[in-house]
Design a protein around this ligand. Structure first.
Ligand code: F6P
Length: 341
């Protein structure tokens, strides 16, 4: 059997661990050979492959990024996209495809599965917003990076008695902001799921200053003020129609400084959250996802995605997992209200 593997969307720590795991199980237990598609769906459209075998995956477990490359190409938005995908798979004699991606890449996989293409998905994203799974790999690493940043920002904020705003990734969901904000002891956490009240944020900042502490505000890039417009630097969109965000942190710092009379600064963590070596937990989760994806292909169980439920890895239909994104429940957010201000 010949199995294709691709990684699509924004990269995240742990992609290489999945690739290694699929290849090791597939080659050693099932005697498969592989085709690695370059740069996600773009490589499938352009029929670009790289050799993928056990020697090719040696040493990649702790490496960030993806040895296959990635892109945000959407084949369904490309002329003849579906035919070109079919042609490439036939040309390379690929019997099944393991697709490692987030909501967009897996959304394409779900659509292809409906067309009879034999795919198994693996959920990745630092944002942790893929539905159907408790966690995605990459998230734990990003939270650790953001938490370390928050820890560091506390001491410099206090030296200058100023507000420090930390902007983290998360366009539609505030998982990174919530976890890193709670772990780092932030005084305000602002997430896309709940519009924030600027007066309230400033009141929290002022209450910190009153007791001689400097406020730390963790804001997800997709968070928006009440009855306000999204604050964007750049309004261009990618092939999946997502705007490129960034700007809310700077806007917030300016507002807080003007209203509290204390200076404020912003740190935008950006792609630092996606780079570098995966945490031990992400290596563990990515490895398990890879093993279970290979088992699903072996069982002929296509159109599914591996998912974590509690401590078990299960298979969920791709169509179900990609129908919605996983949001932070407001009740979960409210649990931490006691720490704000
Ligand atoms: O989807 C993952 C993500 O990390 C988002 O949180 C962020 O908005 C986006 O990728 C950034 O994408 P790009 O690398 O294309 O700028």
């Amino acid at each position: 059997m010949r199995v294709g593997v691709l990684t699509g969307g924004g990269d995240c720590p742990g992609l290489n661990a999945v690739i290694r795991s699929v290849v090791r199980k597939g080659a050693q237990e099932y005697d498969w050979v592989f085709a690695g598609f370059k740069d996600g769906w773009r490589g499938v459209l352009q029929n670009r492959t790289v050799p993928l075998d056990v020697p090719a995956v040696r040493g990649i477990l702790p490496r960030g990024g993806t040895i296959l490359g990635s892109s945000r190409t959407n084949p369904l938005k490309t002329e003849d996209g579906l035919d070109r995908v079919r042609r490439t798979l036939a040309d390379n004699k690929v019997d099944a495809l393991v697709v490692i991606g987030g909501e967009d890449t897996l959304g394409v996989a779900a659509a292809l599965a409906e067309q009879g293409i034999r795919v198994v998905g693996v959920p990745k994203t630092i944002d942790n917003d893929v539905a159907g799974t408790d966690y995605t790999f990459g998230f734990d690493t990003a939270v650790n990076i953001a938490t370390e940043a928050v820890d560091r920002l506390h001491t410099t904020a206090e030296s200058h008695m100023r507000t420090l705003v930390v902007e983290v990734m998360g366009r539609h969901s505030g998982w990174i902001a919530l976890h890193a904000g709670v772990a780092g002891g932030a005084n305000a956490i602002l997430i896309p799921e709940i519009e924030f009240d600027l007066d309230q944020v400033c009141a929290w900042a002022e209450s910190r200053f009153r007791i001689n502490y400097a406020p730390i505000v963790v804001v997800a890039e997709g968070a928006t003020p009440k009855a306000g417009q999204m604050v964007l630097k750049d309004e261009s969109v990618d092939e999946f129609g997502h705007v490129r965000l960034s700007g809310i942190g700077e806007w917030l710092a300016r507002q807080i400084a003007a209203r509290t009379g204390h200076s404020a600064r912003t740190t935008v963590l950006g792609h630092v959250q996606r780079g570098g070596t995966p945490s031990a937990y992400d290596r563990w989760l990515a490895t398990r996802f890879g093993l279970h994806a290979a088992a699903a292909v072996h069982d002929g169980d296509f159109g599914v995605m591996t998912a974590l439920r509690g401590t078990r890895i299960v298979r969920v239909p791709l169509a179900e997992a990609t129908a919605t994104t996983k949001k932070v429940d407001p009740a979960l957010y409210q649990e931490f209200g006691v720490f704000f201000g």
